[in-house]
Design a protein around this ligand. Sequence first.
Ligand code: NAG
Ligand code: NAG
Ligand code: NAG
Length: 307
Amino acid sequence: MRRKSACVFTRSSCVALRPLPMFWRLAGLVALATHVQAVEVSPILFSGTHDPTLTLTAHQLRTLTAKVGSYQRPGPRNRTVGYRGFRVEGFPVLRGCKDAELFLLDLFRPQLPEEAVRHIEEELSLDHSEELDLPDALEFRGKVNCSHEVGPDTVPAYDPQHDDAGCFVTHQSENNCYNYATDISTDTFAQPGRGTGHKWKANTCAAVRVAAESDGLEWKGTSLPTAAPTGHYVALFIWPDTNFHWIRMDHAGNWSHKPGGTPVRNTDNKGRKIHDPSKSDFSPWSQFCGYMHVVPSMVKPDRLKEE
Ligand SMILES: *[C@@H]1O[C@H](CO)[C@@H](O)[C@H](O)[C@H]1NC(C)=O
Ligand SMILES: *[C@@H]1O[C@H](CO)[C@@H](O)[C@H](O)[C@H]1NC(C)=O
Ligand SMILES: *[C@@H]1O[C@H](CO)[C@@H](O)[C@H](O)[C@H]1NC(C)=O
C-alpha cells in the first residue's frame, strides 16, 4: 500500500488501475485546457454536507496545468475524513501538488469558512510521504434504485460492496456519513432532522443530536456501548462551527464510516482501526459528542429523504 508517487493526478479506483504514464496525464490536461471551456472543481473536505464547487475558466485551467507540471511530491494520505485533495471534473483526484492545490484554495477562499481554509493550509504544509495511499474509488453506476435501501435491524457487517445493495459504492457521491451510519441509502446526502422539519441549525453536539432524535435515533451517552439486541450504535463528532460527522459500530466492536461523498473506510485519520471512537482521530472533527442507537426500519422512509 505504501508507495512513493510523483506529483500527478493520482489515479486509483476499486479495480486496481495502473497509473497512467506522466506524459499522458499532462497531455490529457493540456488537451483539456485547450478544448474545454469550463471544468468543475471541489475540495474533498466535508462529511455531513456537500463540498463547495466552482467552475474553472479555460485560463485558470491552463494555470493549474502549469502548476501540476512543476511540482513533485508524494501524494498518499492516512486521513480518511477531512481534506484529501481536489476533485477536478474528468480527472482523478489532485493531491500532493502543493502549488496547484494552493492555487485552487485561493479560488475557494471566499466561499469556505476560515476554519476550513486553515485546515487545508495545515494539511498542505505537512509531509505525508510515509502515510498509506488510500484509494479514492471512482464511482461506478449500478442498476439498483438507491433512493431507499435500508440495512438490517441487526448489527451491520463491514461490507461496503453489499451493504444496502452496494449503494454506498455505486451511489457513493449521493450518500454521506449520516446515510452510512444509519445504514439507509437515500441518494440525498441525508441531513439530520431535514425530513421531520427539524433540520440541524448549528454545528454543535446539542443541535445535531436533537435533529437526529427527531429522525428516531436515541441518545445513549458517552460510554462505549456493547452490541445491541436490535439495531446498532452510531457516534457523532463535530468540527466546531464547521461540520458534523457520524460513524457506526459494525460486528465485533469494529467501527466504520463514510466521509461525505468519499469511499467507506474502517480506519481513522492515523490509519488505525477504530475500536473506541472517543480515542480515535477524526480531527478536525475533534469534538466527540457521544453515542446514539438506531433501528434502521424504525426511521420513517421520508425522514432522511427530503431535499
Ligand atoms: C426509485 O424509486 C423511487 C420510489 O421509491 C422513485 O420515485 C424513483 O423514480 C426511482 N428512481 C429510478 C431512477 O428509478
Ligand atoms: C474486528 O477487529 C479485530 C481487531 O482488529 C479483528 O481481528 C477482527 O477480524 C475484526 N472483526 C471483523 C468482523 O471485522
Ligand atoms: C499512517 O498509517 C500507518 C498504518 O496504520 C501507520 O503505521 C503510520 O504511523 C500512520 N502515519 C501517520 C502520520 O499517521
